[in-house]
Write a protein that binds this ligand. Structure first.
Ligand SMILES: C[S@@+](CC[C@H](N)C(=O)[O-])C[C@H]1O[C@@H](n2cnc3c(N)ncnc32)[C@H](O)[C@@H]1O
Length: 342
């Protein structure tokens, strides 16, 4: 079946890449995002400019909050893909849920869904795990059910499929009877683990760049700022690293992503008791940030995906931190709509 998609909150095009990776036949009718950097990356890679004129329909307001039933009806998409802002739901965020202004675009889409004359056959949403059970999530599910959708929910991490990255996310996949993807084995259910795709966990070394530039290595002032918490230091032999967030480049933020050991592996750590909270020790083992290219490889971006020249390293980290784990999302898609369950 040919999916005619609207990609809301399109960012750098994570859903677009995941549909390709999953081998689904699709066309993106329109992408929507307010972030100009993200839109430049999207256009550079896919030749589609988000939120602008397409097929003679002009969106006067490019923000998703202001889209109308009429505009979306005219686009006649059969697939809606979305990864709304997670800040209203994260522990570090406001936790204001539906009262947060950043939930407005999602709430608008839910309102449109309640009244649109021909709702899309297929809807897929990604968010942080705490989205599940939120007022926004419950409102979405209530609306979907009232419009006859069957819903599958997932809480999954790339680790489930053997990828050495912890990036647990919530996914909702909804199909109605208009969707050709709906097969008789599609069970409304909640899944908390994807089937493993390889015999064992992959190691970080498979995703590392050679000759990483000096600027990615942390200096003593950098690591001194890391004081007072357990650093998340991983090595090329590790089969896990933590979630890369949009603030990774800030270098001093607790829990923004793992840092990589690059030297003095076995022996040094054996003779001297390695202390992760000691800046000198961290310098001795040559800690550095993962490069944006490495994060892209870990997240399953295809090699042909590129950032245009004007996007800075800091912006790349931001965009990747806000983005999707392409391999994980494509496995969710496969699991939800392509693989028949036995
Ligand atoms: C979690 S990110 C989505 C990332 C995307 N899935 C990707 O693969 O890069 C949320 C995106 O929603 C966009 N956004 C937030 N509020 C918006 C609004 N009111 N209208 C349009 N886009 C919005 C942000 O600019 C951000 O790029």
């Amino acid at each position: 079946p040919m999916l005619k998609c609207l990609e809301f909150f399109s960012g750098v095009g994570g859903w677009h890449l995941a549909l390709t990776k999953a081998g689904l036949k699709f066309e993106i009718l329109q992408a929507f995002d307010i972030n100009e950097n993200a839109n430049q990356v999207y256009e550079y890679n896919f030749g589609i400019k988000p939120s602008k004129v397409k097929n003679n329909f002009i969106f006067k307001e490019k923000i998703i909050d202001r889209l109308t039933v009429n505009e979306l009806e005219k686009l006649a998409a059969n697939t809606w893909l979305m990864s709304p802002c997670c800040q209203p739901f994260t522990l570090n965020g406001t936790r204001l849920d539906d009262k947060d202004n950043r939930s407005k675009p999602l709430l608008n889409l839910i309102d449109i869904l309640a009244t649109i004359s021909s709702p899309p056959g297929f809807i897929a949403l990604e968010n942080v795990p705490l989205f599940e059970g939120s007022n926004c999530c419950n409102k979405l599910k209530t609306t979907l059910k009232s419009r006859g959708y069957l819903i599958k929910e997932y809480i999954v991490s790339p680790k489930d499929i053997g990828n050495p990255n912890d990036r647990k996310r919530y996914f909702l996949v909804a199909l109605n009877s208009d969707s050709e993807l709906l097969h008789q084995d599609f069970l409304p259910q909640r899944i908390d683990r994807l089937p493993m795709k390889c015999p064992e966990m992959m190691k970080l070394r498979e995703f590392l760049d050679v000759d990483v530039e000096y600027e990615y290595f942390l200096t003593l002032p950098d690591v001194s700022k890391l004081k007072n918490f357990r650093h998340d230091v991983v090595s090329p032999e590790s089969s896990n690293c933590s979630t890369f967030t949009s603030s990774y480049e800030a270098r001093h933020l607790k829990g923004s992503g793992s840092i990589l050991q690059t030297k003095n592996f076995g022996v040094w750590c054996y003779f001297f008791e390695f202390d992760r909270t000691n800046p000198d020790h961290l310098i001795h083992i040559g800690v550095r940030l993962f490069t944006p290219n490495e994060i892209m490889k870990i997240h399953g971006y295809p090699p042909e995906f590129k950032f245009p020249k004007q996007i800075s390293i800091k912006q790349m980290y931001r965009l990747l931190g806000n983005g999707l784990h392409i391999s994980c999302v494509s496995e969710v898609l496969r699991h939800a709509v392509m693989e028949k369950e036995s």
